[in-house]
Design a protein around this ligand. Structure first.
Ligand SMILES: [Fe+2]
Length: 524
C-alpha cells in the first residue's frame, strides 16, 4: 500500500534548492584523510515513495553537522531497511515511513531495531502520510521513536531542524556509549594486568591494551629514560614505528615532569601519558597514529593510573618472591650442614622434579593440580624435602652403617618435622615455595600402595608434589654413591623404578619420568 502523502511545503522549498548530483556528494571528492577526520553521518531513508527519497536528498544533501557531511542510504521497503541496517552499523538516524509493504511495516521495523538488533542509539524520525493509520500519541507511547512528523506539515526547514536534533542526540549517546565501552576496556585491562606475574608480560600486555583502547592508534610504545638523557623503548605493540621528534619531546617532558603531573600530552599524531609508581622511575606510554578522539584522553590517563598501581603491586610481588627464594635457599643450606647429602643431589632432584612435572602437564595428566605455577615452583620447593633432618640427632643422622628399628623410627620423624617447620613459616600462603615445600617434606616418603610414612597415605591422597619428588629422590640417591652404599648402574635403577611402579611410586609419574629419561638421557 502506498502512502497518499502530502509533501506540499517541503516539495515547494526543495524546488528552490540546487539539485546537482546530490546522490554522489559524499566521499568521492575528498581525500581519505578528510573522511577519516570528518566521516559523514549516515542517514537511512526508508520510504516506498521514490519521490520522498529524491526530495529528502535535495533538502538535506548539502547539510553538515559538526563539520561532518551527511551520506544517505535508501530503502524502499522495511525488508530492504533491515539488510541495510545489518550491513551499516554506524547509521545515525532513520527517516522512516510507516505504511509500506504492510500498514505497519515501519512500526515493525522500529521493534526490530530496538528489540531484536538491540540498537538503542540510532535516532528514529517517523514520517507518515497517513497519521490516522499510526496516531501520534499511541505510536510515541508504544514505540521507542524519537520524533513523529506528518508529511503534510513537514517543511524543508522542519525536516532540517528535526535531522540536526537527531544527529546531535545520536552524537551525545554515541559519546556516552564510547566512554562506557572505553571504561569497560580499561577495567578489563586492569584486571588482566593485575594477574600477570612477570614484568615483561606486564609491559607487553599494557601496550597491547593501550593500542586497542585508543581509536585510530596504530602503534603503542612504552618508554623509560634512556642513556644520556634519551628515551628508551621498553615495549611496543601495533605497527613498527619510531616516534617523531615532537612525540620524543613530549615523552621526555612526561618523564621529567613533577609528580602529580599526570596530564596527557596530545599532539596531532601522538598522545603521551605518564605512569608514575610509588618508588620507581616513571614510564611514558606513547600512542602514534590518529586522529585521536578527545574522549580517549581520560581513558588513556585512567589506564596509566591503573597500570602504575599494577606495576607497584608487581614489584611488591617480585620482592616477596625474592624473599621466599632466599629463605628456601637458606633453609636448604641449613639441612645440608646437618646431612652428608651434597647440594648437588638437591640441585639434580629439583631439575628432575621440574622435568617430570612439565612432562605430566604436557600430557594433560592431573589437570586439577598441574599448572604453570606448579611446574615453576616444584624445582625450588623440592630443595626443602629433607629440611626436617635438622631435628634428628647427629648420632643417628651420621651413624655409619644401618640404623636399628628404634633409630629408624626417629629418622622417620624428619618428614613430619620438616612439614611442621615449613607450615609454620608459610603462614596462610597456599601458593608459595614454602607451602609446596611443606607438602613435599611431609609426603616424600609416602608410598603409592600405602606402606610409606609418616601417615601411610594411599594413591592420590599423597600430594602430587610428594609423589613426583619420591621418584626423583630415589632415582638420584641410587644413581650416586653415598657413604653407606655404592652407586647403582642406570639399568639397575630403571629396573627398580619399573618394579616399584604402582607399589612405591605412582605409575603415571614413573611413566612420565621414563619418557623424560628416554628423551633427555640421565645426565641432566
Ligand atoms: Fe627424606
Amino acid at each position: 500500500m502506498v502512502d497518499g502523502c502530502n509533501r506540499g511545503g517541503m516539495a515547494e522549498e526543495a524546488r528552490r534548492q540546487p539539485v546537482g548530483d546530490v546522490l554522489e556528494f559524499a566521499a568521492e571528492t575528498v581525500d581519505a584523510a578528510d573522511v577519516r577526520r570528518n566521516p559523514p553521518w549516515q542517514i537511512l531513508i526508508v520510504d516506498d515513495d521514490h519521490e520522498v527519497h529524491a526530495i529528502t536528498r535535495v533538502v538535506l544533501g548539502e547539510m553538515t553537522f559538526e563539520e561532518r557531511p551527511v551520506r544517505f542510504l535508501s530503502a524502499y521497503t522495511a525488508r530492504q531497511a533491515r539488510s541495510l541496517l545489518a550491513e551499516n552499523p554506524g547509521i545515525a538516524a532513520i527517516l522512516l515511513d510507516v505504511v509500506m509493504e504492510t500498514d505497519d511495516a515501519g512500526l515493525k521495523l522500529v521493534r526490530h531495531i530496538r528489540e531484536e538488533m538491540g540498537n538503542r542509539q540510532i535516532r528514529i524520525i517517523l514520517r507518515t502520510g497517513q497519521p490516522g493509520q499510526a496516531p501520534e500519541r499511541q505510536v510515541i507511547a508504544a514505540y521507542d521513536i524519537n520524533d513523529y512528523k506528518a508529511k503534510s506539515e513537514l517543511t524543508a526547514q522542519k525536516l532540517y531542524t528535526a535531522t540536526v536534533a537527531a544527529l546531535r542526540s545520536y552524537q551525545h549517546i554515541a559519546t556516552i556509549e564510547r566512554g562506557r565501552q572505553g571504561l569497560e576496556r580499561v577495567m578489563e585491562a586492569a584486571v588482566h594486568l593485575a594477574g600477570l606475574r612477570s614484568r615483561s608480560q606486564f609491559l607487553a600486555g599494557l601496550v597491547g591494551r593501550a593500542s586497542a583502547l585508543v581509536t585510530n592508534a596504530t602503534t603503542a610504545l612504552l618508554c623509560g629514560a634512556g642513556e644520556n638523557g634519551g628515551v628508551a623503548i621498553l615495549a611496543e605493540a601495533g605497527l613498527p614505528a619510531d616516534p617523531p621528534a615532537e612525540a620524543v619531546a613530549d615523552i621526555a617532558a612526561a618523564l621529567a615532569a613533577a609528580p602529580g603531573d599526570g596530564q596527557v600530552r596530545w599532539g596531532v599524531r601522538h598522545g603521551v601519558a605518564v605512569l608514575r609508581g610509588r618508588d620507581a622511575a616513571p614510564l611514558a606510554l606513547c600512542l602514534l597514529g590518529g586522529p585521536f578522539a578527545e574522549g580517549d584522553r581520560p581513558l588513556l590517563e585512567l589506564l596509566c593510573t591503573k597500570a602504575a598501581v599494577g606495576l607497584d603491586n608487581l614489584r611488591l610481588y617480585e620482592r616477596l618472591n625474592e624473599a621466599q627464594v632466599a629463605t628456601v635457599h637458606a633453609l636448604g643450606k641449613l639441612a645440608e650442614y646437618k646431612d652428608e647429602v651434597t647440594g648437588d643431589h638437591v640441585k639434580r632432584l629439583g631439575r628432575w622434579a621440574t622435568a617430570i612435572a612439565r612432562e605430566l602437564h604436557a600430557r594433560g595428566d592431573f589437570p586439577q593440580e598441574l599448572d604453570d605455577w606448579f611446574c615453576d615452583t616444584i624445582g625450588l620447593a623440592s630443595v626443602l624435602h629433607d629440611v626436617g633432618k635438622v631435628g634428628i640427632p647427629d648420632a643417628i643422622l651420621r651413624k655409619p652403617g644401618r640404623l636399628d628399628e628404634a633409630e629408624m623410627a626417629v629418622m622417620r620423624d624428619h618428614a613430619s618435622i620438616g612439614g611442621s617447620i615449613l607450615r609454620d613459616a608459610c603462614g596462610g600462603d597456599r601458593r608459595g615455595y614454602l607451602s609446596m615445600g611443606a607438602e613435599i617434606a611431609e609426603s616424600h616418603h609416602e608410598k603409592f600402595d600405602g606402606s610409606g610414612y609418616p601417615r601411610g597415605l594411599v594413591g592420590d591422597a599423597i600430594p602430587l608434589a610428594g609423589r613426583i619428588v619420591a621418584v626423583a629422590d630415589v632415582f638420584d640417591a641410587l644413581l650416586h654413591r653415598r657413604p653407606y652404599k655404592k652407586a647403582w648402574d642406570i639399568a639397575e635403577v630403571l629396573d627398580l623404578l619399573r618394579a616399584e611402579s604402582g607399589r612405591h611410586f605412582d605409575p603415571r609419574v614413573v611413566d612420565a619420568f621414563l619418557a623424560v629419561l628416554t628423551r633427555e638421557g640421565a645426565g641432566v
